[in-house]
Design a protein around this ligand. Structure first.
Ligand code: 16G
Ligand code: ZN
Length: 583
């Protein structure tokens, strides 16, 4: 350890960063560490250390660190580690990240003891560093605490200094960017096998996605300036708006965006005050709209929009604070009941219909030995009617996994050649297997438009993780290509009325589930009572209970054939949960 880690500096910087909230217990949750920003210094320091070790362990591949708390309120922040190909941290390292943080939270001695154990246990070679001594890219969202927490991560990385060669670990501060941009940058850096400053920058993200979009425009003869509808993007006052502005300037040759309101252009960004961090996710953003089923601040109701005397359809979308989620919606008039939500389930079903159509057109399905597997991955929160639509109308395969993108992503990669996955909250993407990519590339020379479209989509969609900007472009493209209005999209099926509530209990860890979180195995006997209750609400009814991975609460989801029944079922299941904790 002495060879590579400057122990004197490590102790000094530990004392600087890890002593303010001794004894705090951290846990790497569904999407990394996420807490009030005041208690994060220790875990930022240990995450910096762990990321360099992970990089050395993986033969010096570049690792990403994203400082964000997504849709959480402004006073929170968090951190997650990104793997070399842009995936979420390997699950077996999540508990290591937790243990390292908690050892540092205890004392310097515990920290050093655990660090030594980890290095030994994983066989991380800190003596022969001929492969390199670690490389890390760090990014952050627009939160006020971001620069302070970044400093702590940088302190940690600077502890890795090779004493004889004077080399230090490579670190690129990628600045303020969206979570999916950071994932993409890490992936591109590893593909290019370099992390020299200025060589691979975030420019690659804009180049690649703009190229794909413009290729589609050319293939189908539509242009960004003349979309059939007007789009308002609610950027949640987060980093997505600022990055989207850059994207727009590349996508639109003559169209100008207008901020806050928009008038005569077909695209506008509202809630774009990313430099006022206290406004982040405040009455706006994907989570607010999905939870409250209403328009966010700054988006006006009406489904028509006047452009040059013409009435154009109006569509809105909301990003979350770090722009890895997107949901769409429109509202016909001031009446809230005319609010129509096009959430992650609807994005999945739209893409599923689209790829089914493309595959038929492409001729790839004609050769039976191609055996192309296309499917949708959902969680238990997917509306029952979306699942029915995919299986009964599209006759396509559906898989269900536990909540959390890493589970959906893994399933989509393992099971399908074209795997479409979205959580109902709008987080998701499409993954394409190497097999489908080579089938497409090998047959493309005959000018087949459908094949060319699939090829462009493999570049338009962010392969690494759900990405609000890239998913939004994907949806716009599908609507243009299939010639669908937002209303057509909405009318493909109708959602079952549903209700999601939160129940605060003394200890949520006693709620253990199986069958992709759809059934409880503990507390004993509770599932039987839920089943009995659900069966009394009729055939279309369903309810499940799971402990939240991000909040100290238990979530109860219910759906039924009417709104009143869904609400009553959720409430009664909630009571069962409370009663069972009181017993
Ligand atoms: C995190 C997850 C999200 C999931 C949510 C569930 C990632 C990147 N994010 O935000 O996918 O839907 O947690 O929250 O995995 P819950 O456990 O509190 O219901
Ligand atoms: Zn997010």
């Amino acid at each position: 350890m002495e060879k590579l880690i400057n122990l004197q500096l490590l102790e000094k910087l530990y004392n600087k960063n890890c002593t303010s909230n001794k004894g705090f217990k951290y846990a790497y949750g569904t999407a990394g560490f996420r807490y009030n920003a005041d208690v994060l210094n220790t875990v930022m320091f240990t995450t910096g250390i762990l990321s360099v070790l992970r990089s050395i362990y993986l033969q010096n591949k570049t690792i990403g660190i994203m400082i964000t708390a997504s849709h959480n309120p402004p006073q929170d922040n968090g951190v997650k580690i990104v793997e070399p190909m842009g995936e979420m941290l390997d699950q077996s390292w999540e508990s290591i990240a937790t243990d390292l943080a908690n050892s540092a939270s205890n004392s310097y001695n515990d920290f050093i003891t655990y660090l030594n154990h980890l290095i030994k246990d994983k066989g991380i070679d800190l003596i022969d560093t001929s492969n390199g001594i670690g490389s890390v890219i760090v990014g952050r969202d627009s939160r006020e605490s971001g620069p302070r927490l970044l400093e702590t991560v940088l302190d940690a990385v600077y502890c890795f200094q090779h004493d004889s060669t004077e080399r230090v670990s490579k670190i690129l501060d990628a600045g303020i960017l969206t979570t999916p941009q950071l994932h993409y940058l890490v992936y591109k850096t590893n593909v290019a096998k370099t992390l020299e400053k200025n060589e691979i920058g975030i420019g690659c993200y804009f180049d690649d996605f703009t190229r794909a979009w413009l290729d589609l425009c050319e293939l189908y003869g539509f242009s960004t300036e003349h979309l059939k509808f007007a789009l308002t993007i609610d950027a949640a006052n987060g980093v997505g708006g600022f990055q989207m502005e850059k994207m727009i300037s590349l996508l639109f040759t003559s169209c100008k965006t207008t901020v806050d309101g928009g008038n005569s252009t077909n695209i506008s960004i509202v809630n774009n005050d990313w430099q006022k961090p206290n406004l982040l996710n405040n009455k706006c953003g994907a989570d607010y709209v999905k939870t409250n089923q209403c328009l966010p601040n700054g988006v006006v109701s009406n489904s028509k929009f006047s452009t040059g005397g013409e009435n154009t359809q109006k569509l809105n979308c909301s990003f979350d604070g770090d722009a890895d989620r997107v949901i769409f919606y429109y509202q016909d008039n001031e009446n809230k009941s005319s609010f129509h939500l096009l959430d992650g389930d609807r994005i999945s079903t739209l893409f599923a219909k689209f790829f089914q159509h493309l595959l038929k057109e492409s001729g790839l399905l004609d050769a039976s030995d191609n055996d192309i597997k296309v499917g949708v991955v959902q969680t238990a929160y997917a509306n029952g009617n979306s699942t029915k639509y995919i299986t009964e109308v599209l006759k396509m395969d559906v898989s269900c996994t536990p909540t959390g993108v890493k589970h959906l992503h893994h399933e989509a990669v393992e099971k399908y050649d074209i795997g479409i996955y979205f959580e109902a909250n709008g987080h998701g993407t499409i993954v394409f297997s190497e097999k489908i990519k080579s089938l497409v590339n090998n047959s493309m020379s005959n000018g087949n438009k459908a094949l060319k479209t699939i090829e462009i989509f493999t570049r338009l969609i962010n392969r690494t993780v759900g990405d609000a900007i890239s998913d939004m472009l994907g949806v716009l493209a599908v609507l243009c290509i299939l010639n669908l209005t937002p209303q057509d999209w909405y009318n493909e099926y109708s959602d079952l009325p549903n209700k999601l509530i939160k129940v605060v209990v003394p200890d949520r860890t006693v709620f253990k589930t199986t069958n992709a979180e759809r059934q409880l195995v503990s507390p004993a006997g509770l599932q039987g009572k839920i089943d009995e209750l659900v069966s009394s609400y009729g055939a279309d009814s369903r309810s499940f209970v799971r402990a939240s991975g991000t909040e100290d609460a238990v979530r109860v989801y219910a759906e039924s054939s009417t709104k009143e029944m869904a609400e009553s079922l959720a409430e009664k299941v909630g009571q069962l949960v409370s009663n069972c904790c009181g017993e």
